[in-house]
Design a binder for this molecule. Structure first.
Ligand code: SF4
Length: 299
């Protein structure tokens, strides 16, 4: 494969995978929704879950996105220093998004700030958003796709807490946000929390927390315990599927952290909705792919 063929193959894979992400929920999210449906006792909550599964079935049958809001496209790229297209990934992903917008179809969700003009192809200033991590000595790339919908982005917030507010301040911040704005994000929610020393790091980590597989835990036992306790507390609020009350509010609570300044704790919050369109793909140097989030998917 020459360079141009590699480029075209990469664009094609990423365009199709982006479309696929909008149609099919990842394996872990599907199983969690099935588990949560079983925990519900009320007819109303069961009806909401049934509507979600019916919606997913129709998206598959009709080849349509499973939610009309296919979001602003975000890519979290872990690229090996020896991946052949390392210098061209951004340009290729911008092309992939334009292609995905047509074949998806994806809703036009990139509005230029100040001009207030929709670009009409989901590409705009710094959009698709690309977050980079460099992996030394690898010749592969792993790409997370996230569709940041309007509703599921709405409860997002970040703040540097006053000294002495401590971890209690983190918990209060999360509960205030979720109980005030959580229902806008089509529960059951995935709650991503970042804890760090400054606001932008906390915000970014809160989004990274949403990329972790459901069922995973914070790498520090105290962090894992805090995840469990916040999850239990939020479920006790009984927001329920669709915000219409029920046994559970969340699919999970994920915390990611960075070492902080001695005087400050910054907290960031991002939320994912029931239609948590987060996918992961690995592409090798010879442009073969493996869909990690959707086992066995053929693009
Ligand atoms: S919150 Fe999620 S399911 Fe609800 S409209 Fe937005 S993208 Fe769709």
């Amino acid at each position: 494969m020459d360079r141009e063929e590699q480029r075209q193959r990469f664009i094609d894979i990423m365009a199709k995978f982006t479309v696929y992400t909008g149609r099919y929920l990842p394996d872990d999210v599907l199983s969690r929704l099935e588990e949560l449906r079983e925990t519900e006792n009320s007819d109303l909550a069961k009806i909401i879950y049934d509507a979600m599964f019916e919606n997913l079935k129709m998206a598959e049958e009709l080849n349509r996105p499973c939610c009309q809001d296919t979001g602003v496209i975000q890519y979290f790229v872990q690229v090996g220093t020896k991946f052949p297209l390392i210098g061209e990934i951004e340009e290729c992903l911008r092309e992939a998004v334009q292609k995905a917008t047509v074949i998806g179809p994806l809703r036009h969700n990139a509005v230029e700030v100040f001009d207030e003009k929709n670009t009409g192809n989901n590409v705009g200033t710094r959009i698709p958003w690309i977050d980079w991590e460099i992996i030394p000595d690898s010749d592969e790339v792993i790409i997370y796709v996230y569709m940041a919908g309007g509703g599921c982005s709405l409860p997002g917030a970040a703040k540097v807490l006053m000294p002495l507010e401590g971890y209690e301040g983190v918990v209060k911040f999360v509960f205030d946000q979720i109980t005030s704005y959580g229902i806008n994000a089509c529960p059951p929610l995935l709650v991503g929390i970042g804890i760090a020393g400054s606001v932008e790091v906390a915000a970014k980590l809160s989004k990274k927390a949403l990329l972790r597989p459901l069922g995973s835990h914070n790498n520090n036992p105290r962090g894992a315990e805090l995840e469990k306790r916040i999850e239990k507390g939020l479920n006790d609020v009984k927001i329920g599927p669709g915000g219409l009350t029920g046994e559970n509010s969340v699919m999970g609570v994920h915390i990611e952290q960075a070492a902080r300044h001695p005087a400050t704790i910054a907290v960031g919050l991002s939320t994912g909705c029931w239609a948590h369109r987060r996918s992961v793909i690995k592409i090798s140097a010879d442009m073969e792919y493996e869909t990690i989030s959707h086992k066995g998917a053929i693009l």
